[in-house]
Design a protein around this ligand. Sequence first.
Ligand code: ADP
Ligand code: ZN
Length: 650
Amino acid sequence: MPVVFHSPEEALRQVFGYHEFRGHQREVIETVVAGGDAVVLMPTGGGKSLCYQIPALLRPGVAVVISPLIALMQDQVDAARQVGIRAGFLNSTQTGPERDEVERAYVSGDLDLLYIAPERLTMANTQSFLRSGQVALFAIDEAHCVSQWGHDFRPDYLGLSILTQGWPEVPRIALTATATEATHQEITERLGLGSAKHFVSSFDRPNITYRIEPKDSVTKQLIGFIRGSHQGQAGIVYALSRASTEKTAAALREAGIDACAYHAGLDPTTRRQTQARFLAEDGVVVVATIAFGMGIDKPDVRFVAHIDLPRSIEGYYQETGRAGRDGEPATAWMAYGLNDVVQQRRMIAESLGSPEHKRQLTSHLDAMLALCETPDCRRQNMLAYFGQSSAACGNCDTCSNPPPRWDGTEAAQKLLSTVVRLDRERHQHFGAGHLTDILRGTTTERTRQWNHQALSTWGIGADLSQLQWRGVVRQLLARGDLALSDDGHSTLVVTESGWQVMRGQREVPLREDVLRRAGRLGAIGRSRGSAGGSRGSGESGGVDGGSRGPDRKRRGGSSSDVELSAGETSLFEALRQWRLAQARSRSVPPYVVFHDSTLRQIASVQPTSAAEVAAITGVGAAKLEAYGAEVIDVVTQWLGGVGAQNEAGD
Ligand code: ADP
Ligand code: ZN
């Protein structure tokens, strides 16, 4: 018999072991329980699942959850069952008998939650099957997939409008962690949620530190970052190509980092094993294409790194959002270069989409580039992109180490006028490298071939290094003073605002590029303030060397206020060992048993009675019953051991 709950609070406490609702959870739950529709925009880790799981427990019937993440369904069902929710799924990975059993449970009302893939829901026989039972509510997860111009469109989502006509009396809740104003509107319109209540949370993820740096030698930079900030911790590294995931994973392993590649070209067994290792073990780094991570619910991913420029801020935010779901400090790190921009523009130009679609892709890329080049707070920039205003965060690279700005007007004029001069030889496509050679007066075969030594701008930019000039090009692109032609060659062209710069009508404050020498990378993660020393002759080029801001060291809000002593840490380690054994014997990831934060609280409180264990955040009735006695055993044994040690030490 299912337990009857009288209020959302009661379910929250008894089932999940949590003491209070977060953000809009309570209002969302009340809306849906009362039979109303809801559109919920909440960042990753914000606690969306509870918004439909608790109504599922409070309303009669079965809650049908539509999710595109088939690979994740088993995990979601496992996690729900661990807290005592009766859950099942229907998707193409099941055998006939498995499916029959879930269907039987649905029809007889022996389920609280039923996960279904969208393509299945739009099939006629699924609909008649659903009619043979009682639907408590429909939850449409990853609702941004309905947005045709979004980064993650899934045509099957368009079919979900059938729910409105088919079950007009059943409440629907659409949830997403990624939505601009435009996507939000599309979700509302296309899913027929005209009379829904809207709950838009702040998209901020305060525990994530954002760091973005120019590419120099990217593998070395990545290794330096991991060693400097996240040695031995779990992380995801995103790359655009399959080849580069494999190459990078190999390089990381060589550097002693436990890394595996993951992409759609690998055989299913390898992929499954990699994912299983990542979930089950501590400290595995997966180097992946974006095929990995959709639906990776692991709460303790400590970093997400991008070694290629993502295609949009939406995608970037979703991918980086996989870090630190548990609310503990985590890092989103990226290295990007001009070549990334050029390559992506070319891909857009050569793609088969409509002109409108290409314009969309281009504007996504422009926004991404502007984020990379901003001298202001990264978080502020991203939140503004999602239509939310905020103050500078103090927990990103530009806040904690404000990039010195310099008056780049003169440099910009030199560069733009070289572009204009080259433009006269339009049939030729000169890239940024050639431009830099001209400015620095570096003779190459090509400069000789075209007699570019004769240009009036030859050598007038020798005061800036090659890398600095590349930085100037990127920033002018981000500002819109330069553009890349869309003829498929990505030739640099001067825009109207660029002409204003040349005429001296606009100033160009630029952020100074931090130049990082490969040999010094190991130290840089720790002491960013010293990176200025490696700058070349550039300081004479108008660089405001003295204006580096005070190194503000405010860290983002960590949710775990529990700081463990050395002794408590040894109990925490003992609990982790115990958790690993439990997880193995039940074939679930360790965090499904208990989160780190729960173990940390146990290590600090050291409960020796069931009542004390029950008071720990994250211990609901089902987990108390399953694990309570063992937790007390681990604690009691540890207490005995500590006592013995103390005596021995006397
Ligand atoms: P999302 O789906 O929005 O990414 P989840 O639903 O997976 O987030 O929740 C993220 C984590 O926060 C989960 O481990 C969940 O159990 C936990 N959580 C959710 N709501 C609360 C709450 N009110 N109090 C404490 N922890 C919560
Ligand atoms: Zn900031």
